[in-house]
Design a protein around this ligand. Sequence first.
Ligand SMILES: O=C(O)CCC(=O)C(=O)O
Length: 240
Amino acid sequence: MELREKFLSHGFTHLESLIVKDEVEELRVLYDYLLKDKKRTEGLRSDLSGGSGGPVEKITQIMRPSLIEPKLSKMNVYKQALNYAKLLLGSDMALDFDMLINKAPYTNTETPWHQDAAYWIKMPDKRAVSCWVALDDVYEANGCMWFIPKKKSTNILKHYAMPNKGALFCKTDTKEAQSIPLNSGGCTFHDGFTLHFSKGNSTNSRRRALILNFRPESMIVLEREQGVDHTGDREIRNKK
Ligand SMILES: O=C(O)CCC(=O)C(=O)O
């Protein structure tokens, strides 16, 4: 099935290779600087697991990393992902925010099932696509992405928050869930209503992902007018 056709009908799709290995290497260097630098990332960094700030972060999330490390947004991956966002959802797509999500070896902590739109304000134009780029080879045991093929509607299930402002999650039937293993440099695309999840990293390998989220320019303007720039606390914004 064509990339766009699959994205529109299932709510997700993937590419075996979005960027070349040399760029993966360059991104890993910037990524690792940010992971180590707790000072510069303060305020934008948190543990999605809901852990209460212990010495080991189980799922490190750093929001808007390109604000801290502007070299990032000059990288080809931002241009490539934007081109695909336009192909999938239209020429008015623009970058809303980027984030890093890292699962260190043996942290064994799943990212619970959720829909991204639960985190966002209600928007009249609901088009959005997240490009999740693997910077390591990813597979089920170290936390590759899983998706449930989307039904036609754009319903948002009831979401709950993990303790300490951790990730949002919902309850869902997962029998149709599909895992998408990737080599580094590959990526998945999912829309804001598609249920997704990843297992904990139970291996000695790393699982670094860079995620770029795109939506219509006019909706980004609307978000910013309402003070939403994806640097603040996680909360359930899109209540039924
Ligand atoms: O990287 C993960 O484990 C989860 C990613 C995710 O939820 C997202 O990109 O929306």
